[in-house]
Design a binder for this molecule. Structure first.
Ligand SMILES: [Cu+2]
Length: 194
């Protein structure tokens, strides 16, 4: 089972439209087997069923504690925790926000000179199977480039993530003042995030 599901998911990343039916079937079988096991133990039977149709990456991902750094102009960033309830890693391949001309996925890395710098994350973000990825200042983040209008404190900013299987999920993040911890935000980047 494990071998076949691994093969299917790698296949689906190159040709997801053809692989989709087989993958959907496999997921349903797995969910069915899990429910039967749970039913035998006599607990949580009610939890089964509603997730049986959940097959897309978007359906498996939830977003919590999301926020965006308030900014007058230039660039800013969105943060939060992305949780993956599926049994396979999920990749965020791109993101979009109407609040910015371009939205990128960034990571913060050692610059080799005792400081750090941010750069585009190769291949996007990976949310581990049955785990979560936390986007934080100084770590991975959605970079909102060239914002056309100020993002004021309390404003809601929508960010739409696109996953490897083509499904999308939008979250709304409230703008928060982050000036108090500015020195911890992308340290060594000399205000590049401002
Ligand atoms: Cu950045």
């Amino acid at each position: 089972m494990a071998m076949s599901s691994t093969r299917m998911s790698s296949f689906s990343s190159t040709s997801h439209s053809e692989a989709r039916p087989a993958r959907t079937r496999a997921r349903r079988l797995r969910v069915g087997a899990l429910c039967a096991t749970v039913a035998l133990t006599g607990s949580l039977v009610a939890a089964c069923g509603s997730d049986a149709e959940s097959t897309s990456d978007a359906d498996a991902v939830s977003v919590s504690d999301q926020w965006v750094k308030a900014a007058r102009s230039g660039m800013t960033a969105a943060f939060g925790t992305l949780t993956n309830s599926s049994d396979h890693d999920i990749r965020v391949v791109s993101a979009h926000s109407d609040a910015a001309q371009t939205t990128e996925m960034h990571e913060v890395v050692d610059n080799g000179g005792g400081g750090t710098t941010m750069r585009r994350k190769d291949g996007g973000f990976v949310i581990p199977a049955d785990g979560s990825l936390t986007l934080t200042p100084g770590g991975e983040h959605f970079m909102l480039m060239a914002i056309p209008t100020p993002i004021t404190t309390g404003r809601s900013v929508a960010v739409t993530m696109r996953f490897a299987d083509g499904s999308t999920r939008r979250f709304d993040a409230l703008a928060r003042d982050f000036d108090g911890n500015q020195e911890n935000y992308a340290p060594g980047h000399d205000g590049g995030h401002r």
